[in-house]
Ligand binder design. Structure first.
Ligand SMILES: [Zn+2]
Length: 406
């Protein structure tokens, strides 16, 4: 990520600059003063500056664009790009000064005003001045209600502040505007935001509102796993164990790859309600449907070990180990089961054989977007703030399912 980010940022600055330039060109043509503006654009410094920008040589780009700007004190676009480049270099104060100075100009059109404010909002955001950034993006939207870039930044800022309702409204506005309302990815993000709003309601003990939000999240995206988990927790708290079990089983049906997130809950429920076989059946069903499901084996083995069947548990764990030799949780469960059985030599030997090439590691979840690593599955990346980007990494491919018993 570190090698691509500055490049992307620079290209983005360039594209924003060009888009802004286009809007400005329209204005200037109306105004009949476009020859003035071309002075900066026609200078070789401007073209050189853009070339350096594309080559990610920001310092040289700044140098050349500063010269072009010097030729044309009026040139809004080149000053705006220069400000953006200062920001990308981390010189936020300088960027703010450049953009604030541009805002002082007496004859800015509505659109120009919006574009400069957008740049300023990005400066504030980068500098951590959250309130000022929020104010700037909202002002951009007042001047230019269809400004997607302002909406995206506003959504992210609200998310960072945990202002979920505002984030949701902004996201919805963006979806309507860009016509992607029906696209699954957009629905999924709205569902995550609904879920967060539901969690907030849960924290202030408004169970009805929380349930309404979790259900809305599931309506938006049938695979909104955290909403199922939370809705079930809410039902358990309300003494409705059967409803909770049905909700979690439904989640497993629509997202079997995430089934393990409900295992502890379902096992506890099955024990409480005196029907442990409901949980064992579920695990067996998952293993049959997907022989590589090592987590279902682990869950079932825990259940068996706890109910006095360590040998059966161990068989399952060895089978799971073939699928994922690197999962620390499996090894810990095996050590416990071997202990329960007083370390029979044959089983200890079998374990040594299976683990000969295993590497233990604890953080197998990776963000597909920015490569951030985490021990847990996360729904929103703490680094790039994108939703639902984590996948589980395996060092070695799992062996063929037919080699596995148990
Ligand atoms: Zn990320």
């Amino acid at each position: 990520m570190s090698t691509y980010a500055p490049m992307l940022a620079a290209l983005l600055a360039l594209l924003a600059g060009l888009a802004i330039g286009k809007a400005w060109e329209r204005y200037k043509l109306h105004d009949g003063r476009w020859i003035d503006r071309r002075r900066a654009r026609e200078s070789p410094h401007y073209i050189l500056g853009l070339n350096f920008l594309v080559a990610n040589q920001i310092d040289l780009a700044i140098e050349e664009l500063s010269r072009a700007a010097g030729l044309d004190g009026e040139g809004l676009e080149v000053h705006m790009i220069l400000g953006n480049l200062y920001r990308e270099k981390g010189q936020v104060g300088k960027a703010i000064t450049v953009h604030q100075t541009l805002l002082q100009r007496p004859k800015l059109s509505r659109l120009e005003h919006a574009h400069v404010l957008l740049c300023l909002g990005l400066d504030y955001k980068r500098g951590g001045f959250v309130d000022r950034a929020l104010e700037a993006f909202n002002e951009v939207l007042r001047l230019d209600p269809k400004n997607e870039y302002a909406l995206i930044n506003l959504q992210k800022l609200h998310e960072e502040q945990h202002q979920w309702t505002e984030a949701y409204d902004t996201r919805q506005r963006l979806s309507v505007l860009t016509g992607v309302a029906a696209r699954p990815q957009s629905q999924a993000i709205l569902a995550f935001l609904e879920n967060e709003i539901g969690l907030e309601a849960m924290r202030r003990r408004d169970g009805l509102e929380a349930a309404r939000r979790f259900e809305a999240a599931i309506d938006l995206d049938a695979r909104a796993v955290p909403a199922y988990l939370n809705l079930g927790d809410l039902r358990v708290a309300g003494g409705q164990a059967q409803e909770a079990a049905a909700i979690w089983e439904k989640m497993i049906e629509v997202a079997p790859d995430r089934a393990y997130l409900a295992f502890d809950r379902l096992e506890a429920l099955a024990r409480q309600t005196g029907s442990p076989e409901r949980f064992t059946r579920l695990c067996r069903r998952l293993i049959d449907a997907n022989p590589q499901d090592w987590r279902a084996r682990l869950a079932l083995s825990r259940h068996l070990a706890a109910s006095g069947h360590p040998k059966d548990a161990l068989d399952l764990l060895f089978a799971a180990l073939v699928q994922n030799p690197h999962a620390l949780g499996l090894h810990q469960a095996i050590w416990r089961a071997l202990g329960q059985l007083h370390h029979p030599e044959a089983l200890v030997d079998r374990y040594s054989e299976l683990t000969e090439h295993a590497v233990f590691y604890l953080d197998p979840h990776v963000c597909m977007r920015c490569r951030y690593r985490s021990t847990e599955l996360l729904w929103q990346c703490p680094h790039c703030h994108d939703w639902n980007t984590f996948v589980e990494e395996r060092i070695a491919p799992a062996q063929d399912a037919t080699e596995v018993e148990g």
